[in-house]
Design a protein around this ligand. Structure first.
Ligand code: ADP
Ligand code: MG
Length: 462
């Protein structure tokens, strides 16, 4: 790349149909989520635009490597939505850019408050993740008790290290500790990813002194998802010093992780030994009782919020507790869906409804092919695949064919013409007709409804 010409004319955006960078940024925010957006993508600038590619500016090599290794494909896709002709992106490291703009005159004082403000933003505790609504069971009892314990006796166990799988309540517990202690202490609550973001930003702006000061002022330091530091040497170095300095001044340190300290590969041994030097507790998968109690609590919450009953009978609740996976976040997701579904249907929810909803939830990310739908459906109706796809219109063949088209519409994201093509090149109006016919039939005909449900679970199961 010709660097000099870029520097001389950094923004020669004179071509037709130019990208509106602000609206590109807005769509980054939407599609990547605010966390990733504010940490990374927000800081990308548009340096130069060509018809088929763009040159994007990032501040450091680390930034560039991070973004290209994780987000490049998706960034390209997003850009294409704004300008279809873009085929590739290039990144250029532009360390000068921030200085040449508005920040060059910011005083030290401004810099301090900038770190403060942005860190405070990430320091926000969620008031609804508190001890009161944390339901205790066998799998999380120890975690809960330890969390409570350190709140009443600061620095008695230091650090408190809580680990366990996804969606089991680690962040909830950490947040509860933060809430409980924030009345009387200076609490710092940050995810390891945010910590790194602050760290890099401070290096870049030559503000490491402020960074160190800021984090070392806390007397309760809570850091979520420490596994994030694996393999990041510079970050580990800084974390180690922050940890030691906090520890030396008897600040309470609380850490969560998706695995035990000794299982943190690519983390320096001295850090691992620090992490396991206090109290290490794990949160396990919830058993039936805990899941049941969480569901009951959710029902009470629902009644309190909406002043009405969510209308779930005991069988349904038992079914969910028995058949959901061991992930509390997912369990709550299922609960919300079941309740929403119940509100929409006239009859009260059956176990069968629940079965379908659960399957739906677990299959949400699974891609289902039309081929699979066709195979399972023809098997289900005991006809051959070639008969099902043939032009013959006799009912024993036409119905299964319509059912299969209906399933393809409901269970895949394929368009009507695409579905038509997969059914021996039928027209999309044929598909519309099939979908309508089967919808109507399953409303009025019990047998059809039963068939559809059975078939759906067959298709969704492996
Ligand atoms: P993790 O950080 O371990 O991935 P979270 O703390 O984010 O999990 O928990 C996922 C969801 O489940 C959150 O909505 C949380 O409030 C809820 N949750 C987890 N454990 C419990 C519990 N014991 N009681 C009530 N809600 C819980
Ligand atoms: Mg978490």
């Amino acid at each position: 790349m010709d660097k000099t010409s870029l520097q001389q004319k950094p923004l020669t955006l004179r071509e037709e149909k130019l990208l509106d960078w602000d609206s590109v940024q807005t769509s980054f925010d939407k599609s990547f989520g605010n966390e990733i957006y504010t940490s990374w993508l927000k800081h990308i600038s548009l340096l130069k635009e060509f018809n088929d590619h763009v040159i994007l500016g990032v501040k450091t090599r680390f930034f560039r490597d991070w973004i290209t290794s994780r987000y490049a494909d998706k960034i390209l896709n997003e850009l294409k939505k704004h300008k279809i002709s873009i085929k590739r992106i290039e990144f250029k490291i532009e360390p000068e850019i921030s200085n040449s703009k508005s920040t060059f005159n910011s005083s030290i004082i401004n810099k301090v408050s900038e770190i403060k403000n942005s860190a405070l933003n990430y320091n926000r505790l969620n008031p609804s993740l508190n001890f009161e609504n944390f339901i205790v069971g066998k799998s999380n009892n120890l975690g809960f008790l330890s969390a409570k314990k350190i709140c009443s006796q600061l620095s008695r166990y230091n650090p408190l290290f809580i680990y366990g799988g996804v969606g089991l309540g680690k962040t909830h517990l950490l947040n509860s500790i933060g809430l409980e202690l924030s009345q009387k202490n200076k609490v710092m609550f940050i995810s390891a990813e945010r910590f790194m973001y602050q760290f890099i930003k401070s290096i870049k702006k030559n503000e490491m002194v402020n960074f160190k000061d800021f984090f070392r002022k806390a007397n309760v330091f809570i850091i979520d998802d420490i596994q994030f530091i694996r393999g990041k040497e510079g970050l580990q170095e800084e974390f180690f010093h922050t940890f030691n300095s906090l520890f030396d001044q008897s600040a309470q340190i609380v850490i969560s992780s998706d695995r035990a300290p000794n299982k943190l590969d690519r983390v320096q041994d001295r850090i691992k030994s620090r992490l396991s030097g206090g109290l290490v507790v794990d949160i396990g998968a919830p058993d039936y009782d805990l899941k049941l109690n969480i569901l009951k609590k959710k029902i009470v919450d629902y009644q309190n919020t909406f002043k009405e009953n969510p209308d779930l009978n005991d069988d349904v609740i038992n079914y969910i507790a028995n058949n959901s996976n061991s992930n509390i976040r997912e369990l709550i997701g299922i609960f919300n869906r079941v309740v929403a579904f119940g509100k929409m249907s006239k009859n009260s929810l059956s176990i069968n409804d629940c079965k379908i909803i659960l399957k739906d939830v677990y299959n949400a990310n699974k891609v289902i092919s039309i081929d699979k739908i066709q195979n399972v459906t023809s098997n289900f109706f005991s006809i051959s695949l070639s008969d099902m796809l043939s032009p013959r219109r006799s009912r024993p063949l036409a119905r299964p064919r319509q059912v299969a088209m209906y399933m393809a519409k409901k269970l895949t994201t394929r368009s009507l013409p695409e579905i038509g093509r997969k059914f021996a090149n039928r027209d999309h109006t044929t598909v519309i007709h099939a979908v309508k016919t089967i919808e109507k039939l399953s409303e009025n005909n019990d047998e059809m409804r039963k068939n559809i449900e059975e078939l759906k679970s067959l298709i969704l199961s492996d």
